[in-house]
Design a protein around this ligand. Structure first.
Ligand SMILES: *[C@@H]1O[C@H](CO)[C@@H](O)[C@H](O)[C@H]1NC(C)=O
Length: 400
């Protein structure tokens, strides 16, 4: 009898002990914090209250934004937090359409968070159409002041999945100073004519993975800035847009090296460029190495393979002074499909610092235009060639 009672008490105790461990706190912005999915009540205060509570919790918590349409003026979600947080976005969150509603270039931002999951199938709609007209960086600097949809600043160990960012006023996503952050089944959606709307921009981060994602936008699908290390882009479809880019590098003083960039098994369609590395001439010193592009299908892509160390949009620089960014260990392997420009392979390296360790293997890019078949163009580079080379590599004339 005493033994049985002890067992009963023990199981009851175990039950109580195990409850808080098994179940994370669920914070529903509508049920618990008074948010309204009416498309006009500001979600900002309910979301910030839920975040504050989640951030103070010593056990993992989950914030839920249920299905429906919300207006969100702005949200800065600040860490450090006491435990990990899952933000489940099921609804559609809209930004104010008017760009002058923003006095800082950010809309939704995560700062200094360790252990973040964002999921739920929801949408962040930047309502950017009214801003794009004001976004011509060639003519003014106003573009830099427009808000980005999502910023991840100093966020570590994060998983962002099944989320859509739509019609951002500027870049869709900026990843800065992060470690171990993964985007998967992530969607970027904006029209081809939306200016300066890079899909995901990565800078000064280590361990960024972009998997099985679909990016349609008006600028680079993914752009990789200085200080990016160990970036994997795999199973991404890109287009319309400007392709997948490393750079531009060398414009600013004190840029950090880029190393370990792997772009694999991607499909790029109807874009201005395919895979590209760009550095400014007359530049500050810098370096980028270990950059590998493998298994890329190009459909009607301009400049499918492009290394451009004379990147100088709007003639903002002195083309006579070579780039001081050193490029090395670059491979392009198994890249095929169709080019929309005759120069399908262009590798223009710095005359001051030629590229080193460039490899081209199994390239098969077709061009069907009145000028003739596809050609390649190279300078200050002596690539190692293997497998098929169509166009014939680094010839300046059309191949016979
Ligand atoms: C990277 O982050 C994920 C969360 O997305 C986590 O599960 C994993 O353990 C982290 N990896 C390392 C090496 O810390």
């Amino acid at each position: 009898m005493a033994v049985k009672l002890n067992i009963a008490i023990l199981s009851l105790l175990l039950l109580f002990i195990s409850i808080p461990k098994a179940k994370s706190t669920v914070l529903d912005v509508v049920a618990n914090f008074g948010a309204k999915a009416d498309g006009k009540t500001d979600l900002s205060t309910p979301l910030l209250k839920a975040w504050k509570e989640a951030c103070a919790s010593t056990t993992p918590s989950k914030i839920v934004i249920p299905k429906g349409t919300y207006l969100l003026s702005r949200a800065a979600l600040e860490g450090p937090c006491k435990s990990s947080i899952e933000l489940q976005v099921q609804g559609t969150i809209m930004a104010p359409a008017n760009p002058s509603a923003f006095n800082v270039p950010e809309w939704v931002v995560f700062n200094h968070v360790d252990g973040l999951t964002m999921s739920g199938g929801g949408v962040f709609d930047g309502q950017g159409a009214a801003a794009w007209g004001k976004n011509n960086c060639a003519q003014n600097k106003y573009c830099a002041a427009l808000p980005l949809n999502l910023r991840f600043n100093f966020v570590n160990n994060a998983m962002i999945q099944d989320i859509t960012t739509k019609d951002s006023k500027q870049f869709h996503v900026n990843v800065l100073g992060c470690q171990n952050i993964t985007f998967q089944r992530f969607t970027v959606s904006a029209p081809e004519n939306s200016l300066n709307t890079d899909g995901i921009h990565v800078g000064r981060s280590n361990g960024v993975t972009i998997l099985n994602s679909n990016i349609k936008t008006g600028d680079d699908c993914v752009s990789i800035g200085d200080g990016s290390k160990n970036v994997v882009i795999q199973g991404v479809t890109c287009g319309p847009g400007h392709g997948i880019s490393i750079g531009s590098l060398g414009k600013y003083e004190g840029e950090e090296p880029v190393s370990g960039i792997f772009v694999k098994d991607c499909t790029i369609s109807n874009t201005m460029n395919g895979v590209r590395i760009k550095t400014w001439p007359a530049s500050h010193p810098g370096s980028a190495s270990d950059m590998h592009f493998e298994g890329i299908t190009m459909n009607n892509v301009g400049n499918p393979i492009l290394v451009d160390q004379e990147y100088c949009p709007w003639n903002q620089c002195n083309l006579k002074v070579p780039s001081r960014v050193k490029l090395s260990k670059i491979s392009f392997k198994n890249i095929g499909g169709t080019s929309s420009t005759q120069v399908a392979v262009k590798i223009v390296c710095s005359s001051g610092l030629p590229c080193e360790g460039v490899e081209l293997a199994d390239i098969n890019l077709a061009y069907n235009g009145p000028e003739g078949p596809a050609i390649s163009q190279c300078s200050n580079v002596n690539p190692k060639l293997s497998g098929k080379q169509n166009p014939s590599a680094c010839s300046s004339k059309p191949s016979a």
